[in-house]
Design a protein around this ligand. Structure first.
Ligand code: PEP
Ligand code: MN
Length: 348
């Protein structure tokens, strides 16, 4: 018996000739829809391409190539499609208020590991803003190794984050751990964080893929670059193209740090994808005195931003005190980063 032909989800890109109009693009999209595929337009500086997403077997290449404004139809050979540089040449820019992630400016997200109290959060928010951070981090739902450790303040924590945003104007970054809390977190957050432990929680990735909010996707503890990019693909394939990748250290045989910060991934990922990448030297090292040198290295190797844990009194922190900078050390870090950013053609 002949084996049934395997058909799968894939993406072909339809490259348009220059000088195309909105009408031309709509015509190509309509053809793609008629074939039973989903079109996605990506307008670059150099060229416009339309992705045809879905079952490749339905695509009639001849019909598309017969359209005069179509230059060529080519398959994306990589396992990740929408996140690949082939799909979009130009870097993705993500706007959050007056912050643009992925542009020439380095974005610094800072704040406590966990939201603990109004005083703790507001004091940290004021101090990190004064030092130059543009987004505030703080966990309200915390993924802790032990069920007996502090689990976060839940919605009360989200309310405190909203208060801090009101007072300081800083956009907020906070984690969602399960699909059911995504709508709640999305109501408060400016950026939804997906933690390392959840990088391959596919129902969660699909849930944030349906929301119109940027997502900070942290690399899993043992995840390869390919797995990180495939997880990002889940989010984009649901319609949310605002994804920021984040290197936060991986497990290796090295015992002297909490994790090994894999800065190799920063330039490597830039070749593969148009998405911005941040570095988290706090979780990447686990030690406050290593955070500043590794943050400097991250900016030097091309990271688009940093996420740094800061606590007004690290000794008293409910989580991750060992790796939290004091506001004074955070201000020192920001000062040291300015010339490094300049040396690599960025601003801070
Ligand atoms: C955090 O940002 O506090 C956190 C829990 O990070 P990760 O998921 O990278 O461990
Ligand atoms: Mn933490």
């Amino acid at each position: 018996m002949a084996a049934k032909q395997q058909t799968g989800e894939g993406t072909m890109i339809v490259v348009l000739k220059s000088g195309n109009t909105a009408q031309d693009i709509e015509h190509v999209c309509m053809k793609i829809r008629k074939m039973g595929l989903r079109p996605h337009v990506s307008k670059g500086i150099e060229r416009t391409i339309v992705g045809a997403i879905g079952n490749e077997a339905l695509l009639k290449v001849d019909q598309l190539e017969a359209i005069q404004i179509v230059d060529k139809v080519v398959p994306i050979m990589k396992p990740y499609k929408l996140v690949s540089r082939e799909f979009r040449e130009d870097n993705t820019h993500i706007k959050i208020g007056n912050v643009t992630i992925g542009s020439g400016a380095i974005t610094v997200i800072a704040g406590p590991c966990s939201v603990e109290s109004r005083e703790q959060l507001l004091q940290t928010a004021r101090e990190v803003k004064k030092a130059g951070a543009t987004l505030l981090r703080g966990g309200a739902f915390k993924p802790r190794t032990s069920p007996y450790s502090f689990q976060g303040l839940g919605e009360d924590g989200l309310k405190l984050l909203a208060l801090a945003r009101e007072e300081t104007g800083l956009g907020i970054v906070t984690e969602a751990m399960e699909p059911s809390v995504v709508p709640l977190v999305a109501r408060y957050a400016d950026v939804i964080q997906i933690g390392a432990r959840n990088m391959q929680n596919y129902p969660l990735l699909k849930a944030v893929g349906k929301v119109n909010k940027p997502v900070l996707l942290k690399r899993g503890l043992c995840a390869t670059m390919n797995e990180l990019l495939m997880s990002a693909e889940y989010i984009l394939s649901e319609g949310n193209h605002q994804v920021i990748l984040c290197e936060r250290g991986i497990r290796t045989f090295c015992e002297f740090c909490r994790n090994t910060l894999d800065l190799n991934i920063v330039p490597a990922v830039k070749k593969e994808t148009h998405l911005p990448i941040f570095v988290d030297p706090s979780h990447g090292t686990g030690k406050y005195d290593l955070v500043i040198p590794m943050a400097r290295a991250a900016v030097a190797c091309g990271a688009d931003g940093l996420i740094i844990e800061v606590h007004p009194n690290p000794e008293e922190a409910s989580s991750d005190g060992d790796q939290s900078l004091t506001p004074k050390n955070f201000a020192k870090l920001m000062k040291e980063l300015t010339p490094i950013a300049k040396a690599v053609g960025r601003t801070l």
